[in-house]
Design a protein around this ligand. Structure first.
Ligand SMILES: C[S@@+](CC[C@H](N)C(=O)[O-])C[C@H]1O[C@@H](n2cnc3c(N)ncnc32)[C@H](O)[C@@H]1O
Length: 266
């Protein structure tokens, strides 16, 4: 461990403790969830620590993921039928990271406008931007509020932390950022205005706060802006019943790829 890693550890742990204490003071009734979170993170500490301190390693891994995804798409992309569940099943073991499916979907549909919520280090964002670059068309608008602690499901605490001094999307190679607009803020405040400005969108991808309220709010708000033939995608649909309830009374087909829900608006 070099001096830089030591400094990063001090600042990152400091930010974790400071933001957690602020959350605890505001939510004293969630003490049990907070203590459970602390124990879980201590158990999984090596991985949690490595991703937030040894960020050069994480960046190299991500560059490899981008490269592998392009290679896999060149091999299997032409046979990929995005409305057929069997097609997704065939890819399940070939794509280790579920966000890789975004690359396949975007290459095959060639969208103009994509809206995404939740960036963090930028894995899904980077894959989307790589697909737009390879399509030579399209723009991605992402909304992110970094270091957001929240409670989901039955009293579970969640945080996607960023390494000290790093901004949302720090993993994304600079040359991919030309087709990207990042909006920092809460989706409840920023999404309605963004959609009003854009008018119509091709794809919406949810990966921000996985609480029932936020998931349902984002699906509902985006749905009427999605073009006919467009897609609504959501990561981690098993966290709450929002995806299931949103689909009730809608005549659309649902596809699930490793807990990532996909619906097309026909
Ligand atoms: C699951 S991570 C995103 C992961 C990312 N899509 C990827 O594939 O690497 C969720 C991100 O959404 C942010 N977030 C949480 N609640 C939010 C909210 N209400 N509005 C905007 N962003 C939020 C978190 O701080 C975090 O950066």
């Amino acid at each position: 461990m070099r001096l830089i890693h030591f400094k990063r550890t001090i600042f990152w742990v400091g930010e974790l403790i400071y933001t957690l204490c602020k959350f605890w003071i505001k939510n004293p009734l969630e003490t049990k969830a907070i203590l459970r979170f602390i124990v879980e993170k201590i158990i999984a500490f090596p991985q949690f620590f490595s991703r937030n301190v040894f960020i050069e390693k994480h960046s190299r891994q991500f560059e490899r993921l981008l490269f592998q995804t392009i290679k896999l798409y060149n091999k299997h992309g032409r046979n990929f039928n995005l409305k057929n569940m069997r097609s997704y099943k065939q890819l399940e073991h070939k794509l280790p990271n579920k966000a890789q499916i975004l690359y396949f979907l975007i290459r095959n549909t060639k969208p103009n406008i994509i809206v995404e919520t939740g960036v963090a280090a930028g894995e899904s964002t980077g894959l989307i931007l790589q697909a737009l670059k390879d399509n030579r068309k399209g723009m991605l608008y992402s909304i992110d509020l970094p270091f957001q602690w929240y409670i989901y499901g039955s009293h579970k605490l969640h945080l996607d932390s960023l390494p000290a001094g790093k901004e949302s999307g720090f993993l994304i190679p600079g040359e991919l950022k030309k087709r990207w607009k990042l909006i920092l803020g809460n989706t409840h405040e920023r999404l309605p205005n963004l959609l009003k400005q854009l008018g119509e969108i091709d794809i919406f991808f949810h990966d921000s706060e996985h609480t029932y309220e936020t998931m349902f709010f984002e699906y509902q708000t985006n749905w009427r802006y999605i073009k006919k033939g467009g897609f609504l995608l959501s990561d981690d649909i098993s966290y709450t019943k929002a995806f299931k309830n949103f689909l009730k009374n809608k005549r659309v087909k649902k596809i699930v790829f490793k807990d990532l829900g996909i619906i097309s608006k026909d």
